[in-house]
Design a protein around this ligand. Structure first.
Ligand SMILES: Cc1ncc(COP(=O)(O)O)c(C=O)c1O
Length: 355
């Protein structure tokens, strides 16, 4: 096998090696059953423990309250941009912290009124609201939507917003990276392909009062209603059986690392090390404002597009890949999700220090 690269891709992204090794084993013969995990009927006794296990493992990691449940959907976080307003109603309030929030707000506007209540567009989305910043949520708004980690700009909320209305969170790129109390949330969603598994499965955490009753317009297709999926335990139609299986393995792996509090500690420590290396170097500047820096996606630049390119190429020669910034920001980005080993982060830090 070729040597595995230091993979800093933003998503799909690195998966833990022990997870990949289990997948490799289970592909042909799932635990002595004589068939592979992708070949099972989703409604079979073979598969049921897999989806139940994945659901339970996520609920256990987050110590999810009884009021909430886990769903496995498809269509990525992008489908959630549409399902949220279709199910929770028009009039949602949106905190705009970048490309993904803008897209979520755009989909809400197709359904009816939606309000941008805060934006950091003016400084190129270099920061997110801080505790105490007013968000001006209109009274009676059905929800406040925020993006907990902005994959493209490399910013992250280090607190959960406080509002007098239920919360909806796009947690795509920092799901499973730290503990979250879901009690104030009506909904949270995450495309798995960053920190939780392969592309093609979306994890939704829903308040049961939202996922067990649909109060929207009758024209909304069945498949776009949370209640449809909740009533069938995420098996309304054929789910992404393979993706859900991998999410379950990743959740188990997170538990083996000591759970979300331990993972958070490690994530904070190594992001701090990487930002410190950038601050110490006179060649690089981090993109995000210090109070808003992401522990998952570290964005930076030399300030010179050609030099950034040379850095990406030279890093690739040392087996460090995925360091090119998103096309809408340029520069450089290192995504240091849970599954990126410490050695990879340290190799990058050394490379930055020597550049
Ligand atoms: C924070 C965030 N939200 C939404 C999306 C869109 O996700 P998907 O491609 O799963 O629809 C992404 C994708 O990178 C993301 O990073």
């Amino acid at each position: 096998m070729a040597k595995r690269k230091h993979n800093f891709n933003a998503g799909p992204a690195a998966l833990p090696l022990p997870v990949l090794e289990s997948v490799q084993r289970d592909l042909i013969d799932y635990r002595g059953q004589g068939l592979g995990v992708m070949e099972m009927s989703h409604r079979s006794a073979n598969y049921e423990p897999i989806i139940d296990g994945a659901r339970d493992a996520i609920a256990a990691l987050y110590d999810l309250p009884e009021t909430h449940e886990v769903l496995f959907l498809q269509g990525g976080a992008s489908l959630q941009f549409a399902m949220v307003p279709l199910n929770l109603g028009p009039g949602g309030a949106y905190v705009n912290t970048g490309v993904w929030s803008t897209k979520a707000l755009g989909e809400a506007k197709r359904v009816g009124a939606a309000h941008e209540v805060w934006s950091s567009a003016e400084d190129g989305f270099r920061h997110v609201p801080q505790p105490g910043d007013a968000l001006d949520v209109p009274a009676g708004a059905p929800y406040l939507h925020y993006t907990s980690n902005n994959t493209i700009y490399g910013t992250e909320w280090h607190h959960v917003p406080k509002a007098d209305v239920p919360l909806v969170g796009d947690l795509s790129s920092d799901f499973l990276s730290r503990p979250v109390d879901f009690a104030p949330f009506d909904l949270a969603y995450a495309g798995a392909q960053k920190n939780a598994g392969p592309a093609g499965v979306t994890i939704v955490i829903a308040r049961k009062s939202v996922s067990r009753a649909y109060n929207g317009p009758p024209t909304t297709a069945n498949i776009l209603r949370y209640v449809t999926h909740a009533a069938k335990d995420s098996m309304f139609n054929t789910p992404n059986t393979f993706g859900i299986y991998v999410v379950g393995l990743v959740a188990e792996w997170v538990q083996q690392q000591g759970g979300l509090a331990a993972i958070e500690q490690r994530n904070v420590a190594r992001a701090d090390r990487l930002y410190a290396a950038l601050e110490e170097s006179d060649r690089f500047t981090p993109y995000a404002r210090p109070d808003s820096r992401s522990r998952m996606n570290v964005t930076f630049s030399t300030g010179d597009a050609d030099e950034d390119k040379r850095f990406v190429a030279a890093a690739a020669e040392r087996d460090m890949i995925g360091l090119k910034g998103h096309r809408s920001v340029g520069g450089l980005r290192a995504s240091i999700y849970n599954a990126v080993p410490d050695e990879a982060v340290d190799a990058l830090i050394d490379f930055i220090a020597g550049w």
